[in-house]
Design a protein around this ligand. Structure first.
Ligand code: 2M8
Length: 442
């Protein structure tokens, strides 16, 4: 697969394109994740989107995060989708039925009944830094911080009830990496029942079938929703009854990192000292769980299938989770940093740009066009780059940034990219891709 020549915009044009993309995805009440494929608000997309927006208009960035936070469930959960008035996505609010079944869910706006990786405190940090001194950022910090604290508390209470530090997920969608090979084993135990109500997929009207999950995968995704509906999205029961329950090492590392960030923001802004201490304690415990998931055999950290009681040794980008939150001993950490930059990952000689893809091109399961099974995701690269900077790996962070700008420099803002040719795949004009580009350009 030879790389086709692709146009490259100058940085001013590229920033203008990114701003235009975000403006185009603004439906008046929210910035949707993508124009046609995802016409609603997604939890972790919105965290990233608000970072890019902060460079354009900090008040607008604040409003975006506030819109998401306003949909927080009364029990503290931040839902993975906040639905706009429009349709065009399946499963929509009727299929989820969250507000009908659970009194903790808001009636308006409508939401889904699961969550996504807790990156929001990182967005708060970025917005507060970019918009220092603005009245809106001060308001966001004062009113948003306690909401994020409750969100983290919900995760600890319901997704780590035994205090292991490792957070569980009850649906692959909660990982954000829907059809990653990480979940093939646990999904093989999810057997859709005869009573799975019929449905029509809408995603393949926009993205080609080869770039989306299979029908069998979708049956399983929808079956897990049926299981949750049966227990009315009661968080404690969902964890007991879902046929999918996995300790997610990537979500756990994000949680450790974000809890540390939230603690620091809380300390700076005079939040109660006991809550700040508690956040640091959660961060510490989850960091230890990430380190305990590290496998010297693969040199990567593993997920844990709680239904089958076994470690999952699939090798994907998520295995580099310890680089996000730290905690490995110095030697293992240096080896892991070298590995993500080395020939199996970002340094693979056939890559279009030196960015770690979702699955290594050397892995037998590598599928370069298929969603979370091989493509490069700029937003994931942003997260690693940001963490690298926090860890003091500034050269590595700026090289990654330069490579990402090379990949995304045509202004298409693909949802994901073919790692070998650089072709944009999935949706075009994807908000979170535009937004991380804006942040890289500043
Ligand atoms: C993808 O997930 C949704 C379901 O949540 C879908 O395929 O319909 C994932 O890439 C997820 O991480 C992302 O938040 C979402 C919107 O961009 O799309």
């Amino acid at each position: 697969t030879a790389a086709a020549p692709r146009p490259r915009l100058g940085s001013v044009q590229l920033a203008a394109c990114a701003a235009w993309t975000l403006g185009g995805n603004d439906n008046g009440s929210m910035i949707t994740a993508a124009p046609r494929l995802y016409p609603h608000m997604w939890s972790w997309d919105t965290a990233f989107i608000s970072i890019g927006l902060a460079h354009l208009n900090v008040d607008r960035a604040v409003r975006e995060l506030e819109t998401l936070l306003a949909a927080q469930w009364r029990n503290g959960m931040l839902p993975h989708i906040v639905f706009s008035e429009g349709g065009g996505y399946f499963p929509g609010p009727e299929r989820w039925g969250a507000a009908e079944l659970n009194s903790d869910a808001p009636d308006a706006p409508r939401t889904s009944g699961i969550c996504q990786p807790p990156v929001h405190a990182i967005a708060l940090r970025r917005i507060v830094d970019i918009g220092a001194g603005a009245a809106s950022t001060a308001r966001l910090l004062a009113e948003g911080w306690p909401k994020l604290y409750r969100w983290h508390e919900w995760l600890v209470r319901h997704r780590d009830p035994h205090g292991t530090g490792m957070l569980g997920i009850v649906h692959g969608w909660e990982s954000g990496m829907d059809n990653s090979p990480r979940w093939d084993d646990p999904y093989s135990a999810v057997v859709p029942g005869q009573d799975l109500p019929p449905y029509v997929r809408l995603d393949r009207r926009v993205a080609s079938a080869a770039e989306r999950p299979s029908d069998l995968e979708y049956d399983r995704y929808l079956w897990l929703i049926e299981e949750m509906r049966k227990v009315r999205y009661d968080a404690a029961q969902v964890v007991r009854t879902s046929s999918f329950l996995v300790g997610d090492v990537f979500v756990t590392a994000v949680f450790a990192l974000a809890s540390e960030v939230l603690a620091t923001l809380g300390k700076e802004s005079g939040q109660p000292a006991w809550q700040v201490r508690q956040l640091r304690g959660w961060a510490h415990r989850s960091r230890r769980a990430v380190v305990a998931a590290y496998s010297p055999q693969t040199g990567l950290a593993r997920d844990y299938d709680r239904r089958a009681n076994r470690w999952l040794t699939t090798r994907t980008i998520a295995g580099f989770a310890p680089l996000l939150c730290g905690g490995l001993d110095a030697e293992d950490e240096a080896a892991m940093l070298a590995r993500i930059l080395g020939p199996d990952w970002a340094g693979h000689p056939d890559l279009f740009a030196a960015i770690p893809p979702s699955v290594s091109p050397n892995d037998p399961g590598f599928r370069p066009r298929e969603y979370w099974r091989g493509p490069v995701w700029p937003v994931i690269a942003w997260l690693f780059g940001w963490a690298f900077e926090q860890r003091g790996w500034t050269d590595e962070a700026s090289r990654l940034r330069a490579e990402c700008l090379r990949l995304t420099g045509d202004g298409a803002f693909g949802e994901y990219y073919h790692p070998l040719t650089g072709e944009p795949l999935g949706s075009r004009h994807q908000s979170w891709t535009a937004t991380v580009v804006l942040d890289w350009l500043h």
